[in-house]
Write a protein that binds this ligand. Structure first.
Ligand SMILES: [Cu+2]
Length: 63
């Protein structure tokens, strides 16, 4: 399980962009975004760095 804090995620559009970016890395991933807590949890066997990069590319700042 990879968990990122994404403080610059502010609405459902952000949630969708990040979810889409995660699925582009691993279509089998289980992605949970908690907008209130500003966390993104991804269950995947793919390396966390790949998701971190994808979230950055989508225009967000994963911590
Ligand atoms: Cu947004």
């Amino acid at each position: 399980m990879h968990t990122f804090k994404v403080n610059d995620m502010s609405c459902n559009h952000c949630v969708q962009s990040i979810t889409k970016a995660a699925f582009a890395i691993d279509p089998q991933a289980v992605v949970n975004v908690d907008l209130a807590a500003k966390t993104v949890s991804i269950e995947s066997s793919t390396d966390a760095a790949a998701f971190r990069h994808a979230i950055s590319e989508a225009g967000y700042t994963p911590e």
